[in-house]
Design a protein around this ligand. Structure first.
Ligand SMILES: [Zn+2]
Length: 248
């Protein structure tokens, strides 16, 4: 990515480009950017203004997960709105977030989404996630997982808005992991989000543990990066914020 020379204190998102439609799917096969028609439109959930400090603690049920996930969405909207504003741009939040339980229940560009995954669909500008799979991954990986999952998918929507499109999926994915890390780290530093001391260690260990589990294709080695690469990208963003993610 280009240097930001010659600009005095550019925002982290200097170099905004016109958004292009691209499917930044997290699924192995990827998704074709399809015709957005057929996607039901719903009014976007408003971000919770002045949300109180959100604590990543002990979510165990599907209902709790959905609630906490929506909180994470509100924090992401606020976060990216601020980042774009710092670059003199207006952020358009991702239109909606859709939990699903059955294969094909939600489709992106005419293609049904399989179980055991989460995806950002550029064709309809929405995030969809298999809620049962997400809860079980959450239980394995720990408290930080929910914010990681949302942060990662949300980052794909931001990449589209910034016109970022790498040649290789892995670059797109690892950058999204870095952006997810920045989203969490910056919100922890701003005291919007509180993580327990051990949460991130638990998270790192959890990611490594599930890296080659065939039932967790989202983390499988291959085009998305090994669990270790993903973890490294995440923590680079977590510790150093967006400057570490090559957006400029
Ligand atoms: Zn992804």
């Amino acid at each position: 990515m280009g240097e930001q020379a010659g600009r005095r204190r550019p925002g982290p998102l200097a170099g905004l480009l016109v958004a292009v439609v691209v499917a930044a799917g997290c699924m192995g096969g990827g998704l074709d950017p399809g015709d957005p028609q057929g996607e039901p439109r719903q009014p976007r959930q408003p971000a919770s203004p002045g949300a109180p400090t959100t604590r990543a603690d002990g979510t165990t049920s599907v209902a709790e997960f959905k609630q906490d996930f929506n909180d994470a969405v509100g924090i992401a909207e606020q976060y990216w709105t601020e980042q774009f504003r710092a670059s003199g741009e207006r952020f358009q939040p991702i239109r909606r977030v859709v939990p699903y339980t059955r294969s094909g229940e939600v489709s992106c560009g005419g293609q049904g989404l399989p179980r055991n995954n989460a995806v950002y669909c550029s064709a309809g500008d929405f995030i969809a996630y298999d809620v049962n799979w997400s809860v079980s991954a959450f239980r394995q990986i720990g408290d930080a997982f929910l914010f990681y999952l949302l942060g990662h998918e949300y980052a794909h929507g931001v990449q589209v808005r910034l016109g970022i499109r790498y040649n290789f999926t892995i670059q797109q994915e690892l950058q999204a992991d870095c952006m997810a890390g920045a989203y969490i780290g910056d919100n922890v530093r701003a005291k919007v989000l509180t993580l327990d001391k051990g949460d991130l260690d638990e998270f790192r260990d959890g990611l490594l543990a599930v890296g080659d589990d065939p039932n967790q294709p989202w983390f499988a080695e291959g085009s998305h990066g090994t669990a270790e690469q993903r973890s490294d990208s995440f923590f680079r963003g977590y510790e150093n914020s967006l400057d570490a993610c090559g957006l400029g």
